[in-house]
Design a protein around this ligand. Structure first.
Ligand code: ADP
Length: 448
């Protein structure tokens, strides 16, 4: 560890790794500091994919999309509370981010769909593996190739300023250290595991489990606030509808399971919601069941489309039945009821018309190929939409909406993009789009 770099990047998730690679490729000398001993943050847990419109991948799949549709669907899904400046930049730069990843041998050649979207724009690896682990592994190859210094177990505790400019950080490993830099990128993620901030902004969620890694405690927000940054949308916390939590660890069951065709049923074996409505609405519908949770129901053909299910099964989260009745018996729901629910659903898939709940997506395949599967799920804290205020150049803003010189933020630490509900597939996209942007804007700030 040197005592001076061009730019210090705090956090080793998707946003931090991307911004470091981008800064390096522009000729800067970055360093990445990570407080945990495990790299990759919550990004490693991301499952569904990366949303982007007008990509070459979509055209390869004969899907003609538009920036405008991507913008509008995200805006409606976010309760029209999304920051329009950030949303415009985001939706118009996703395709470039997919190109950039492709140029770095990070191939997201398959497509799926998530709740609230009307078209297939969730890009994922053709291995159908969860995106997060794949992305972090591949980005780390470039960190290694470029020999970008990356240190774990170093926690940044303060930002250093001089004349209202960022000049470095104070950090703690075994002892307190000071590192100088002309710019700092906050890529510290959200506060989904930060009990104090949740207590402050959403005490009603304190009794819920979280899907987040233990380091997601909102440090970046506190660091930024101490140097005068504005925070936005802090009470907007996403509760993810489908989290298996009957074991000590809460496992998020990715939206792709529904995107590829799974349905949700209640304890009586009946559907109760459009499974691909937004996370906010699906969560509300499950809450309305009165605390029982619900079951995801799917078959072998759907399982084949989502690699992560093998892992869920391996660790005992999946119930299996050779027939639908056997499955119903195992999960103790009424056999006839489950049978007729699945029959009705299969009919809806056939005629592409879900009269019961108006679902329009994730209807490429029905539920008919044995064996049949169920996963018990319930909502858990997942993502914090709020965070530090930034503009589309990733500059952190103060209370007067003026940039704080030398301070940039990208990824979940930044607030405003998602409004009151993040769409599945938009967080990975955010880390790459705004991670690249942070790397570029730091370069412009230092050399431009
Ligand atoms: P994003 O998806 O926005 O990239 P992640 O959650 O994937 O966010 O990654 C954020 C990373 O930042 C995590 O690995 C987290 O442990 C790390 N981090 C958070 N606070 C600090 C801190 N004070 N010092 C160093 N690293 C931090």
């Amino acid at each position: 560890l040197k005592d001076n770099y061009d730019v210090i990047i705090i956090g080793s998730g998707g946003a931090g790794l991307t911004s470091a690679i981008q800064a390096y490729e522009l000729g800067l000398s970055p360093v990445i500091l990570e407080k945990m001993d495990k790299l990759g943050g919550n990004t490693t847990r991301a499952s569904s994919g990366m949303n982007a419109a007008e990509t070459f991948v979509q055209l390869n799949h004969k899907i003609v999309d538009s920036f405008a549709d991507f913008y509008n669907e995200t805006f409606v899904g976010g309760g029209k509370m999304n920051n329009p400046e950030l949303l415009k930049f985001f939706t118009e730069h996703g395709a470039l981010a997919i190109d950039w990843l492709d140029q770095h041998d990070i191939k997201l050649d398959d497509l799926t769909i998530t709740g609230g979207m009307k078209t297939m724009r969730t890009h994922r690896p053709s291995s159908l593996a969860p995106i997060g682990g794949y992305l972090v592994t591949e980005l780390l190859k470039y960190i290694a190739k470029y020999q970008i210094p990356l240190f774990d177990n170093i926690k940044v505790t303060d930002l250093l300023t001089d004349n209202d400019q960022i000049v470095g950080v104070k950090a703690f490993s075994n002892r307190e250290i000071k590192i100088q830099a002309k710019a700092v990128v906050l890529a510290t993620g959200g506060f989904g595991a930060g009990k104090d901030l949740l207590a402050q902004y959403r005490s009603d969620l304190l009794n819920l489990r979280t899907t987040n890694q233990p380091g997601a405690t909102g440090d970046g927000l506190k660091l930024a606030q101490k140097v005068g940054a504005k925070l936005v949308d802090m009470d907007q916390v996403q509760v993810h509808p489908t989290v298996q939590q009957d074991t000590p660890h809460a496992f998020l069951i990715g939206e792709a399971v529904r995107g590829e065709g799974a349905i949700l049923v209640n304890n009586s074996g009946q559907r109760f919601v459009n499974e691909l409505d937004t996370r906010k609405n699906v969560t509300q519908a499950i809450d309305d069941l009165g605390g029982t949770g619900a079951y995801l129901i799917f078959d072998q053909s759907i399982r084949n489309r989502v690699k992560a299910i093998e892992f869920y099964d391996h660790i005992g989260l999946v119930e299996t039945g050779q027939t639908l009745s056997a499955l119903a018996e195992t999960i103790k729901v009424d056999i006839n009821s489950l049978q007729s629910t699945v029959n009705n659903w299969n009919q809806a898939v056939k005629i592409k018309n879900d009269q019961d709940f108006g679902r329009k997506t994730g209807m490429e395949r029905d539920i008919s190929e044995a064996p049949f599967f169920a996963i018990h799920i319930a909502p858990a804290v997942h993502y914090t939409m709020g965070g530090v205020a930034i503009n589309h150049q990733t500059q952190v803003l103060d209370e007067a909406n003026q940039p704080i010189a030398g301070l940039f933020a990208a990824g979940e630490v930044a607030g405003g993009l998602h409004g009151n509900n993040r769409i599945g597939g938009n967080s990975i996209a955010e880390t790459v789009v705004f991670g690249r942007q942070a790397g570029q804007q730091v370069y412009k700030y230092l050399k431009g």
